[in-house]
Design a protein around this ligand. Sequence first.
Ligand SMILES: [Zn+2]
Ligand SMILES: [Zn+2]
Length: 628
Amino acid sequence: MVSTRPFHLKAEVIPRPVERLAELLPYARAWVDSGISHLDASYDYGVPESFSDLIAPGVRIQVPFNGREVEAIVLERLEKPSVSGGISAISRVISAHPIATVESLALIESIAQHWVTNPWQLLRSAIPPRVASVDRNIFPETSLNQMNDDGKRSFAYQADAPFVSPATSAAEIISREREHGSVLVIAPNTRDIAAICAALSKLGVAHFRLDSSIPRAMRYANYLQSMREGDWVVVGARGAIFTPVKNLRTILVFKESSHQHYEIRSPGWNVRDIAILRRKRENLTVIFTGCVPSLDLSLLIENNELTFITKPHRLNVRAFSSEDGSLLPGRIFDDIRKGLSNGPVLFLMPRKGYGNALLCAHCKNMAMCSCGGRLVVTAKNAAPLCVLCSRRYEGWKCQWCQRDRQYIVARGIDRAGEEISRAFPNFPTILSFGGVIKDQVSNRPALVLATPGAVPTVETGYAAVVIMEGLNFFSHPDLRAQERARELFFETSGMLNPDGFVLLCIQDSHPIVSAISRWNPGAMIRRELSERLEVPLPPYVSSAVLVGTESEFTSIATGLRKAIAENRLAHTTKFYGPTNIGKGLSKIVLYFPHKDSTVVKSFFAELQRRRSIAKKERLEMRIDPYSL
Ligand SMILES: [Zn+2]
Ligand SMILES: [Zn+2]
């Protein structure tokens, strides 16, 4: 759906006198930021003699296109153009710095084919915006990359151990791999990047960052620096996976199963698949880290294509289930008190907010608004509020029995904080969630409440980790819910100190209980994989999601059905939908065997091409997305 706006240059373009073309290789092929979503965005231009020394693969230029001046990137120099006549000349060299190499442009081209997209969609993520002052101070340097051909490279998933910070473990791997050449590290977010950089500094490993949280000029300078001669350690977020780091030998993907390794904008490429692609093209060592591999990697481990490295550990785990709806199961209090005598106790909460649902304390009916929306309570003693129409219910009364006593369910972290600090008085209560993330807490006894992704670290580890409403984390409807919950339980439990214990608010029979205590998710993963194989679902098949306006999706569905019937798409292709997803949009989900993916992708490419010619909007399409 996202139609990309072409990059308009502010400077007015004055027609230049026609100049002689270069004597040697007088033409160049370039990707043009045309704003038109044809899949192949490459066009030929003449190279004026005066620019000849500068025009090389990866150089940013300005070219005329459809009566406008737009940005382009040089792919290669040519002796002869691929079309005859009507070839314009390059107007300007935007920067003399090559910002991509022949190899990285070829990589982007193959990724564009893989995700059926226009290369400019990827270039926006892959290359940081130019900063003119940096360009003036760094001199371009081009030298050929040495081919990595000295033997076999490892391809492994290194499982994080409990009681050690994952960033520290990663820093040790990076420091080891650094002996062989440059290392590119991709982490899900700024918080993880900062933790890895701190751990690298502690080990005395020089490194630099490449993510959008550092100043633009620094990011651009670091990007150029990583392409210069030398051995580098570059730490960045997902966009950095494209970086053509000089002498690259190893890619490390930190917290591999994180959803943040998936690009949000169409076409939704992901770091895991690009790392695997780069490994094959560039003969790299690729190491994934995390507590529990994603199902995608689990399948590679089952097939002996990826090495799984782990050590056995024993954790002290106890499970408690709450029968009466109270926040903390009755028998858990003694254990929490014991934990509090040794240090901070972590409570992992599933939700932000206060009361995310409200019942009548008498008849237990759910409190609803007259519009059909659910009522919530946003703070202590606040009037219930409708989630849909925001109507406030001052002096609320149950619509069924007319009584006014409220019973809060689906407690958010604010409400849980009140209840827990009341249950354990005289201990400080620390909340960490959403916009108020606390990075670290001290070793002193405290009640620490946090939501996923916001858990503060403790240098010596938590005295106890309590995972509240455990089943809640496993009961989300999407395909990755089990995978996400497993990683979360392991990662959070691993923040324990070696003498501490894990308290899970979940049935004792739940497989996560024994998985955590043996620090081994194998049985859970194998069970889920065998269920997936039966249907079959990803990772045993590929998937794709198409999103577009509701009005045209009936005909798109008909077209797909016809294509399957006529064998233009393999008969093994299954599709579901169109499903209305609101805002006038519909979606279609497709599953197809991996071996048919070339056929399916060329079908999609043809579909997009026809739409483009018919001046219809591009369909938003995602191949193997994080979630369907
Ligand atoms: Zn009632
Ligand atoms: Zn309402």
